[in-house]
Design a protein around this ligand. Structure first.
Ligand code: HEM
Length: 422
């Protein structure tokens, strides 16, 4: 072994140590940013001992997400995290086999299947539909923020962060209001599948939750087919392009994806954003005194503490990133949370600045899988913080902030607050 090889293997070990801290320790869960910086400084294109590549620079992540040589491929291969339990990878493979009769959702498709499904879905889920909802979004935000104002104290997630996005997405998709409460647990449990550190018990529980959700939507789609209404579900059933339509099973999968993607992430935008304001009182005062800062403040919340911390792609053919060769089949993890703190893209990246205007963060990803609900999520973020500004003279923390032990979807278990209404 040469001195150069020695150095490379030393860097690889150190990098893998940082990743193990990031994914598997309470410190990594509490505040990943210092570890992102360490990894970026050590090896911005880090090839771990398992062969998986981890990216921490904005430009590299952005490039891979927009490059169609990277995609989902055969996602059965597992993420290849250092010190992950191989038995869970095997369990995931079995799980996929059990669910082989359900079509894949957009998130896990590659072109041309992705192109076809996304085109059909986009015909139903149009920017106009979101724009038409702006008034409803604002009214719903005020309703839940009023609940918190009346309570004076409580968990912001219970009172606003969860019920608000679920009511928006429920109204949009056409899920009856009486059924919304049960989905908080079903969707959160089901989403565990995208967490690389989930245990077999959690994966099993997630599968059960997903089956329950699936059965619910089978019935709801049948009901809408019989009696269409003015909602997204009825449009997804109807939508057609050049003689092509979504199949029954595709309608179900898409409706579940939109419903699920539409609230856990937004709940976390509201929770993480409020926590960021509470930790940065000067920035909160700035926003409270200037309503025009709402759009940049929401972008900054998304950047500073991104609800989705990373995406995974696989090289569908030999490719390269930042000049480094990437063999076919290699998994590439774009650490969106790290890209959003890259000092070569954002000035003084660890500073939370509600007026920052340096372009959008990578929180909604980029390229063909760019978040379909980004406009809706932004509108919800702006309306809920507008309602809080209008209604609360002050907000303060009324207890400890408890981070959920998750690495992909980042958020809190609870955000206990005390508010003084205006
Ligand atoms: C703050 C809130 C949100 C965040 C941070 C977020 C983030 C993301 C990210 C990072 C992706 C790309 C995943 C990948 O590349 O593998 C994505 C995709 C997606 N999001 Fe969102 N999302 C949010 C809200 C929403 C909402 C409100 C909806 C629906 C109404 C939604 C629907 C979707 C869908 C359908 C996709 C899949 C698109 C595709 O694969 O072509 N999201 N989202």
């Amino acid at each position: 072994m040469t001195a150069v090889d020695d150095h490379a293997s030393d860097v690889q070990q150190q990098g893998d140590g940082v990743l193990a801290d990031l994914f598997f320790t309470p410190e990594g869960i509490a505040d990943p940013a210092p570890l992102y910086h360490r990894l970026r400084e050590l090896a911005p294109v880090h090839r771990s001992g398992t062969g998986t590549i981890f990216l921490t620079r904005f430009d590299d992540c952005n490039e891979v997400l927009r490059d169609n040589r990277f995609g989902n491929g055969d996602s059965n291969e597992g993420l290849g995290l250092p010190s992950a339990d191989p038995a869970t990878d095997e369990f995931r493979r079995d799980q996929r086999r059990r669910m082989a009769d359900r079509p894949q959702s957009l998130l896990f498709l590659d072109p041309p299947d992705h192109t076809r499904q996304r085109r059909l879905v986009s015909r139903a889920f149009t920017p106009r539909r979101v724009e038409k909802m702006r008034g409803t979004i604002a009214a719903l935000a005020r309703r839940y923020v009023d609940d918190l104002a009346e309570a004076g104290e409580g968990d912001l997630l219970d009172l606003v962060g969860f019920p608000f996005p679920v009511s928006v997405i429920g109204a949009l998709v056409g899920v009856p209001e009486a059924d919304w409460p049960r989905f908080r647990s079903l969707i959160t449990r089901g989403a565990v599948g995208i967490e690389p550190t989930a245990s077999i018990e959690e994966l099993r529980d997630g599968e059960q939750a997903n089956t329950e959700t699936w059965e619910y939507f089978v019935d709801l789609v049948a009901e809408r087919r019989a009696r269409p209404q003015d909602d997204l579900l009825s449009d997804l059933i109807r939508v057609e392009e050049e003689g092509d339509q979504l199949s029954e099973a595709e309608v179900i999968v898409v409706a579940i994806l939109i419903f699920a993607a539409g609230f856990e992430t937004t709940t976390n935008l509201i929770g993480n954003g409020t926590a960021a304001l509470l930790r940065n009182p000067t920035e909160m005062a700035r926003l409270w005194s200037d309503e025009t800062l709402l759009p940049t403040a929401v972008e900054e919340m998304l950047r500073w503490d991104s609800p989705v911390q990373f995406d995974v792609r696989r090289a569908l053919q030999p490719a390269e990133v930042a000049g480094e060769p990437v063999g076919e089949g290699t998994a590439v993890v774009t650490l969106l949370g790290a890209a959003n703190r890259d000092p070569s893209h954002f000035s003084d990246p660890d500073r939370f600045d509600v007026g920052r205007d340096e372009g959008p963060p990578l929180s909604f990803a980029a390229g063909i899988h760019y978040c379909l609900g980004a406009n809706l999520a932004r509108a919800e973020g702006q309306e809920v913080f507008r309602a809080m500004r209008d209604r609360f003279r002050t907000i303060e923390l009324a207890g400890a902030l408890v981070q959920r032990p998750r690495t992909t979807l980042r958020g809190y278990e609870a955000v206990p607050v005390r508010v003084t209404p205006r």
